[in-house]
Design a binder for this molecule. Structure first.
Ligand code: ATP
Ligand code: MG
Length: 598
């Protein structure tokens, strides 16, 4: 039987096949969707319920985005629901700021948990009652060993562990001690509650894992109500069961925890039976995806904050100008696999360029201005040129841009002594000013230091709009700005935060691999006047230069733009070389735009 969902998926698969994807087509209709599909087909669940369970101890990163797209994506495709559940069992590391940022980021990515916002801390009473249940069933005990002693008793992968001397203490004694742990009688680390499973198990996670520890710390939500907190292992599966989660999808490092997950579900009177499925986490070249490291980058001042445009956080990518759709497309492109791999960061950029190429309005900006005076253009005359807003989207229409006798062009669009293959402006040479006129350089003005400060040119009035009646075609088309009212701006250029594709590999210090040139700030840039009205969150193509977005640091009299990405798509190139196919997304307009730069 084919359901509507299957059809939708088949269509998406077709789309995916049309794109240059490193994921094989079978990965797109991935193994997790196959499991869910079979469960639905065989009537195991009325409704598919997934969850995204972040710990609020930092901001979300692009790896989390993969998990978000997977969990919410599956819920949407199967007509189910996805919960946002904060795994807030570690009060010393968790903060309200992180809770708020995580909600904002998931929403911005385009997903909605409806009324299903939960916290593991919502279940602290229930979890405590279940812990007592395990003690009564002789499946858990209070252990007086210290953390070091517990570690030492645990054994190794090749040696079995040893029982704690407290393992067989009477049930009533454990109950009494657990109660007193809860009431605050003992200091941190004095005792723990452990499951009583098997100290000789080949799976270390089953060697009497800790279920509760004493932590005298206020919790962002429950305040001082508790001084014992459940471990991840004890909270997670039970929270899933309480919420009726059907498929608890997590990353591979939890594969070895699955037997414990199942053991707890088997031994507790939980209301439902969730199933844990693991997939490979996202790793990206030139990037570190670990909240611990990202937090250090922030705290040690290597970046300006969690949302620094160089950070792989969702808030950083947003500030950088990446559209949510580009991130979702990336998640779809990479698919879901069962074994770990590292994805080229160029593929993320490729997905983002695909969206921006379709959607971003084109504008003129000159990052390093060089003055041009058109000698035969009447002084005081102003013409309004009609310029196409987006060649990929006719509905975006055209806009008027002023053309005057004095203009700005990009300094590197001129060379006094051009080498072969440099087709842009040079003395005696004619080029096209995009959608305006052909101009020819007649003279060069220099300052005392010999630096070019101005070009004198003439224009051909017959070429208005950018075409010559005699059909002649200059080899280069340049962008330009009238000297009449451009907006001054600072522009921040970004490169990878880490210069090594594999930061910290071969025992190197991770922070030694930071790219010292990850940010370059250009002052004295000039923008088309309409760009003053653009707000953070909108990404624009500066013609021939790349994609840019205003930074929240912008003020009404001081514009600051971030470069989202350059136009050059190295991933598309790699694909084209590897497969002999034209790079997707390299529309004729873009080829012309970059090609013209010679
Ligand atoms: P980090 O390792 O960056 O500190 P974490 O795993 O501790 O992250 P959590 O808040 O526990 O972060 O993660 C929430 C969910 O996101 C988990 O289900 C986790 O498996 C998933 N997740 C975390 N990192 C990645 C990643 N790189 N790729 C895919 N999913 C991830
Ligand atoms: Mg985690």
């Amino acid at each position: 039987m084919t359901t509507g969902n299957d059809k939708q998926r088949a269509m998406r698969l077709d789309e995916a096949l049309m794109r240059p994807s490193p994921a094989s087509p079978s990965e797109r209709g991935d193994f997790i969707r196959e499991i869910v599909s079979a469960d639905v087909r065989e009537g195991r669940h009325a409704t598919v319920v997934t969850r995204f369970p972040p710990e609020p101890n930092g901001y979300l990163h692009i790896g989390h985005a993969k998990s978000i797209c997977l969990n919410f994506g599956i819920a949407n495709e199967f007509g189910g629901r996805c919960h946002l559940r904060f795994d807030d069992t570690n009060p010393t590391k968790e903060e309200q700021e992180y809770l708020d940022a995580i909600e904002a980021d998931v929403r911005w990515l385009g997903f909605d948990w409806g009324e299903h916002l939960y916290h593991a801390s919502d279940y602290f009473d229930q979890l405590y009652a279940w812990a007592i249940h395990l003690v009564r069933e002789r499946k858990a005990y209070v252990d007086d060993l210290s953390a070091d002693e517990i570690r030492e008793h645990r054994g190794t992968l090749t040696e079995p562990g040893r029982n704690s001397p407290w393992r067989d203490r009477p049930v009533d004694e454990s109950l009494d001690l657990f109660e007193r742990m809860r009431s605050g009688e003992f200091p941190n680390g004095a005792r723990v509650l452990r499951a009583r499973i098997d100290m000789a198990s080949p799976n270390m996670n089953l060697r009497d894992p800790v279920l509760y520890r004493i932590v005298h710390a206020a919790h962002p939500r429950t305040g001082d109500a508790w001084c014992i907190y459940p471990t991840y292992d004890f909270a997670h599966g039970q929270s899933d069961a309480i919420e009726g989660v059907t498929h608890s999808i997590c990353t591979l490092e939890f594969e070895d925890h699955r037997p414990l997950y199942d053991w707890l579900i088997d031994h507790l009177p939980v209301p439902s039976r969730p199933r844990q499925i693991e997939f490979a986490r996202l790793n990206l070249t030139h990037t570190v995806l670990s909240k611990r490291v990202l937090k250090r980058l922030v705290e040690d001042g290597h970046v300006r904050g969690w949302d620094d445009p160089r950070m792989p956080t969702i808030s950083g990518l947003r500030r950088r100008g990446f559209p949510a759709e580009g991130i979702r497309d990336f998640a779809a492109l990479i698919g879901v696999a069962k074994s770990d791999s590292t994805i080229e960061v160029g593929l993320l950029e490729h997905a983002v360029r695909g969206v921006l190429n379709r959607q971003a309005p084109r504008r003129f900006a000159v990052l390093d201005p060089l003055k041009v005076v058109i000698e035969n253009y009447p002084e005081g005359q102003v013409e309004e040129m009609d310029i196409v807003n987006n060649p990929e989207d006719p509905s975006a229409g055209t806009r008027k841009v002023r053309f005057t006798r004095e203009l700005w062009i990009e300094r590197d669009d001129f060379m006094e002594e051009p080498p072969p293959k440099y087709f842009r402006l040079a003395p005696g040479r004619e080029v096209r000013l995009r959608s305006a006129y052909f101009v020819t350089c007649t003279d060069v003005v220099k300052d005392d230091a010999g630096r070019v400060v101005e070009l004198r040119c003439t224009f051909d009035p017959a070429t208005r709009g950018g075409d010559a009646p005699d059909g002649r075609r200059p080899k280069a088309t340049l962008h330009w700005l009238s000297s009449d009212g451009p907006v001054p701006a600072k522009v921040r250029l970004y490169d990878h935060l880490f210069s090594s594709p594999d930061p910290g590999a071969d025992g190197r210090d991770l922070f030694a691999d930071l790219n010292p040139d990850s940010e370059t700030v250009l002052a004295g840039c000039l923008l088309e006047p309409s760009l003053a009205a653009v707000r953070p969150g909108e990404t624009i193509q500066f013609e021939r230069l790349g994609y840019f977005t205003p930074d929240p640091d912008s003020t009404s009299d001081h514009a600051v733009f971030n470069r989202t990405l350059t136009l050059k798509d190295t991933w598309a190139k790699v694909q084209a070389q590897g497969r002999g196919a034209p790079p997707a997304g390299s529309s004729p307009s873009r080829v012309e735009a970059t090609g013209a730069a010679g």
